[in-house]
Write a protein that binds this ligand. Structure first.
Ligand code: ZN
Length: 603
């Protein structure tokens, strides 16, 4: 018998999913049941099992004893025949990584809800959604990428995955949807949204369609039969998680354009970038995979040094695709890229951690960032994107655009994605050498030097020089304010710098990250300090920059702040910001054209 999960949620207002797992034990044996500690794509131990309550097991009418083995595993009393496990799962995590439920919508990853019967994980697994009466009255629908077995028009009913591992890769969304659809790569795509919104769904779908079409063309076709974008629209939030034929997204209401003819803005471009990112993962990480993840061991941390290639290359392409499919302009693309590069250059972390170490330590560092992270670690997303950019430009430069990162991606797809064979730490390096050698004899030495420098050292990348060769000027400029993220230079002149990021506080200015060596840190301030006065003038979020600007660089002024409700008087040396943000400017469009458009140059 196929293990089947009956999922209902009568008590949604208390955020409980009710789960019954029905299965059959052919022999008299003790079954182990467990839940994953993490889920692929999000490299942090999350201990989903901590949300299980009231676990009971039965064989026929007989209740079985359950012995807990560890934080996420239980052993059932030996039994033979029809097994039934009943339990509840508390679901109030508004992210794309776990489960969330109330009377407005329901979302779950099976890794949060579906206990694994370890002896049966190779069998097909079914999920049956049973809507409580109130949800039927509210006309709830169900959406998932999981193949449907017997469902009604609203998607309510029975779904089946080929085995337990596959089951984990199909999140479910339930509620009343707004939606739009389109075709790309010859297969249907559906975009569903929960959460009140007035989004211009058709306009958004038309933009996303171009992105999907471009990526399908890049890899030579869609690797699935249908695709689903599931978006939870909230007041403030951002995130996404990739799956084999779907993605779960979280966005802020302001990210979605509300009029079909509205001009694009930065928030909307970021949403398109998120869709593009998760869709690109359909190839790069869902099918082309690090060898270390084959198979996944979801019971504990699984280490790899390859995340720069999976998240970094994906981060490079997520923005580049928007330009390549003409959803954004050259200027908008370079603005986005400038911001990505600024996130690498802004802190000292890039000079203290290699991207290879960043990947390896994702579990305890990248995913557990504290206020000091910009001073201590580098992101394998942003530094990885910078490496991908350099690699693309390096290949183009030494082959007159005959070899590009697109070729490397296609080779990765054919050799690994299409075959299921995992990649090694040096696979991308190896393919770059293979592809470039016919055009440049010393490609092996060139690539050996580049890959060593980029992955294993903290030395500066040749980004500025390579961009210059492509008609784009790379310049470092000072931050104009604490909220300046880089890219285009704001109007006016940069003010004096606090050298810290701040969070809004009604009583003054609350410090978050203090950049090492900069003004606030030098003055003896600390993260969490609440600055109430600078130079004896009361400050707020609204005026502190203006107050700082009233002084002359080099001047020493008193700063008053509370730490643990204790008043401190410190001396702040007024200083001008150092150039740590990246600004990009296109100075030769013709030179940049082959890279920005991705079109081969005409001989
Ligand atoms: Zn990603």
């Amino acid at each position: 018998m196929t293990p089947r999960y009956l999922i209902s949620f009568e008590q949604a207002s208390a955020h409980y999913f009710d789960v019954q797992l029905l299965a059959h034990s052919d022999h008299l044996e003790a079954q182990l049941v467990s839940l994953p500690a993490w889920l692929p794509g999000s490299y942090m131990i999350r201990d989903f099992a901590r949300h299980i309550i009231e676990l009971k097991a039965y064989c026929g009418e007989m209740e079985l004893e359950i012995e807990q083995v560890d934080k996420q595993t239980w052993r059932l009393e030996p039994a033979q025949g029809e097994l039934k496990l009943c339990y509840r799962v508390y679901a109030w995590d508004l992210s794309v990584r776990a489960a969330h439920l109330d009377k407005l919508h329901g979302f779950f990853n099976p890794s949060s809800l579906c206990l694994q019967l370890e002896s049966q994980s190779h069998l097909p697994h079914q999920i049956e959604i049973q809507l409580p009466e109130w949800a039927q009255q509210d006309a709830w629908c169900v959406a998932t990428g999981m193949p449907a077995k017997a469902v009604d028009d609203a998607g309510v009913g029975l779904y089946e995955a080929e085995d337990y591992d596959a089951l984990l890769d199909y999140p479910f969304e339930m509620g009343t949807f707004s939606e739009a659809g389109f075709e790309a790569g010859g297969v249907p795509h559906r975009m569903i949204y929960t959460g009140a919104n007035r989004a211009a769904l058709g306009r958004i779908a038309a933009d996303v369609q171009k992105i999907c079409e471009y990526q399908c063309d890049l890899f030579g076709g869609a690797p699935f039969e249908h695709y689903l974008f599931m978006t939870m629209v909230v007041g403030s939030g951002y995130g996404g998680l990739e799956h084999r034929n779907s993605t779960a997204l979280l966005c802020s209401r302001k990210d979605l354009l509300t009029r079909p003819d509205a001009p694009q803005n930065e928030d909307y471009r970021n949403f398109l970038g998120l869709c593009s990112h998760e869709y690109f993962h359909s190839w790069n990480v869902k099918r082309i995979q690090p060898k270390e993840f084959q198979p996944f061991d979801l019971s504990e941390e699984q280490y790899t040094r390859q995340l720069w290639a999976y998240e970094g290359i994906t981060s490079y392409y997520d923005e580049l695709c928007l330009r390549r499919c003409e959803v954004v302009s050259n200027a908008d693309y370079l603005e986005m890229l400038g911001k990505t590069l600024s996130r690498v250059s802004r802190g000292l972390g890039q000079s203290r951690q290699t991207v290879s170490d960043s990947s390896f330590n994702a579990w305890s560092k990248f995913y557990k960032q504290d206020e000091n992270a910009p001073n201590a670690i580098v992101s394998y997303y942003t530094k990885g994107a910078e490496i991908a950019l350099c690699l693309d430009l390096l290949l183009r430069l030494h082959s007159s655009h005959q070899v590009t990162l697109d070729d490397v991606m296609r080779k990765l797809w054919l050799q690994h994605g299409a075959t299921g064979q995992g990649t090694d730490t040096d696979t991308v390096h190896k393919y770059c050498v293979e592809l470039l050698t016919p055009h440049k004899e010393d490609a092996p030495a060139l690539m050996a030097f580049f890959f060593h420098t980029a992955l294993e050292t903290t030395e500066e990348l040749p980004t500025a020089d390579l961009l210059e060769c492509m008609g784009v000027r790379y310049q470092l400029r000072p931050p104009f304010s604490a909220s300046d993220k880089g890219g285009k230079r704001p109007k006016g002149v940069p003010g004096n710098a606090l050298g810290a990021t701040v969070v809004a506080d009604s009583a003054g200015v609350k410090l978050r990250t203090l950049f090492e060596g900069e003004a606030a840190e030098q003055a003896g301030l600390a993260s969490g300090d609440l600055i109430v006065a600078i130079g004896r003038t009361k400050v707020s979020n609204g005026n502190y920059q203006q107050v700082l600007n009233e002084f002359v660089p080099g001047q020493v002024v008193e700063v008053h702040a509370f730490r643990h409700e204790q008043l401190l008087t410190l001396k702040l040396t007024i200083s001008q910001p150092t150039p740590t943000l990246v600004e990009l400017e296109l100075f030769d469009e013709e030179l940049a054209q082959p890279w920005l458009t991705g079109q081969p140059i005409q001989e």
